[in-house]
Design a protein around this ligand. Structure first.
Ligand code: FUL
Length: 437
């Protein structure tokens, strides 16, 4: 692994840990996942739309940012764009005077969450899509509107789906973002700063690499994009609380256990989680989803809201002593790596040190009990294990190759949660092709 460093903006984004996705648009009114750009704008009428309810729920889930589908593949725009009539401006909602993007932006300001926007490159409504050059102008015009009129953007989501073989002018797109929203994270396409984890189940797997030479393109192909050089691109794990990305009346939210399992497999492995909550045709998040998300946020808060911090002593050679200052009973640990010199940790082992440290060097003698182990650590790594009462632990870090290679810890917290194992992933969504939905 090369020691490519993160930018401060990337580290800040990783520290957010979790965002909420809102898939909402013309599809919401037709029970569709993908539509072909011909559904009438007159069918968009979310009479009770309340963006404050959406964003408040995201905050209750523990999210620090949201990402709204300003335009999905069908081309219907949730803001009154000048570039096409296929937008809220042609709908009966608020007599064509409404702007969903503005309402979500205002709610984010009110609740202190950051705003991200999804602008589908693939556009099945725009007449000019077939002409790459003409479409570049159209798309840049839309992006300019979104980057100019809604305050600071935290993330721009470029979804590869449907774009196989289409040429976009990513150089100009990147220049526009640099000019208008230099702090925004760029998801997966063009000149990305964050990457897709490679599935839509919300699941990362150990090792979670922050420095990569290629990215996965979309859920509907096995295509990968080779980068010109290795880049620091931390992964984001996107998954919907329901089987679909858009709301469908006959679907149910995932169980609390399933959401917790996803959390351990994303945030718990050092990736970000982007949990989709689809508003319904009223323009509200369904009550059962709000309730589920509240339970989820409360349970994450209950498990991880009261950390027992350990003081760290660097013993050299990648070995660290953790001291809680008094005997504590814990069943979880959260490790954080010092990422200031890039991602270095390739492996780690945590042992109970109390009774087995020798007096001078702190080297664990034989018989030290291995508590947990794994590969990468990154921004945070969560381990669950049967409760132990300990004061001191030893952590051994491996870097790449034989040596520890500058691998360092930044912080370690213990937790007493009452949960002694990681929930199982009982159900994995099959890869669905939205055309068949
Ligand atoms: C996919 C899209 O095709 C889905 O409709 C959804 O937006 C998901 C997040 O990305 O690739």
């Amino acid at each position: 692994m090369q020691h490519i460093k993160a930018t401060p903006a990337q580290l800040a984004w990783q520290a957010d840990r979790m965002g909420v996705f809102f898939h909402f648009g013309i599809n919401t009114f037709h029970g569709k996942e993908w539509s072909d750009g011909t559904l009438p704008a007159s069918s968009f009428n979310p009479a009770q739309l309340d963006a404050a309810q959406w964003v408040r729920t995201a905050r209750e889930a523990g999210a620090k940012y949201v990402v709204l589908t300003a335009k999905h593949h069908d081309g219907f725009c949730l803001w009154p764009t000048e570039l096409t009539d296929y937008s809220v401006a042609s709908s009966p909602w608020k007599d064509g005077k409404g702007d969903v993007v503005a309402e979500v932006a205002a709610a984010c300001r009110k609740y202190g969450l950051k705003l991200g926007l999804y602008l589908s490159p693939w556009d099945r409504n725009a007449q000019c899509y077939a002409d790459s050059k003409a479409y570049d102008e159209f798309y840049l015009g839309q992006l300019r509107e979104l980057c100019s009129n809604y305050g600071e953007l935290h993330e721009l989501w470029f979804d590869g789906a449907g774009s196989e073989g289409h040429e976009y002018d990513w150089g100009r797109i990147a220049a526009l973002i640099e000019e208008l929203q230099p702090g925004a994270m760029v998801f997966n396409m063009g000149q990305p700063t964050i990457r897709w984890v490679g599935n839509e189940d919300g699941l990362a797997a150990d090792p979670v690499e922050y420095v990569v030479e290629q990215t996965d393109f979309s859920n509907y192909t096995v295509v990968t994009t080779k980068l010109e050089e290795a880049l620091y691109l931390p992964p984001e794990c996107d998954v919907s609380i329901r089987p679909g990305w858009f709301w469908h009346g006959n679907e149910e939210p995932k169980t609390l256990e399933h959401l917790l399992a996803i959390y351990y497999r994303s945030v718990g492995l050092g990736a970000n989680l982007l949990l989709n909550l689809p508003p319904d045709a009223r323009g509200l998040l369904p009550e059962e989803d709000v309730e589920r998300v509240r339970e989820f946020g409360a349970e994450i808060g209950r498990r991880f809201g009261t950390p027992l911090p350990a003081s760290l002593r660097d013993l050299g050679e990648g070995r660290w002593e953790l001291d809680f200052g008094r005997p504590v009973t814990i069943d979880h640990l959260m490790l954080a790596e010092d990422l200031s010199e890039g991602q270095r940790v390739r492996g780690h082992r945590i042992s109970v040190a109390d009774r087995v440290l020798d007096a001078d060097g702190g080297r664990p003698a034989s018989g030290a009990t291995l508590l947990a182990s794994g590969g990468t650590v990154g921004s945070q790594r969560i381990h669950a294990f049967p409760a132990v009462t300990v004061q001191r632990l030893t952590v051994e870090l491996d870097g790449s190759g034989e040596a520890h290679d500058g691998a360092r810890l930044a912080a370690v917290d213990g937790f007493s949660t009452g949960a002694e194992s990681v929930p199982e992933i009982a159900y994995l969504a099959p890869t669905t092709y939205p055309e068949d939905h």
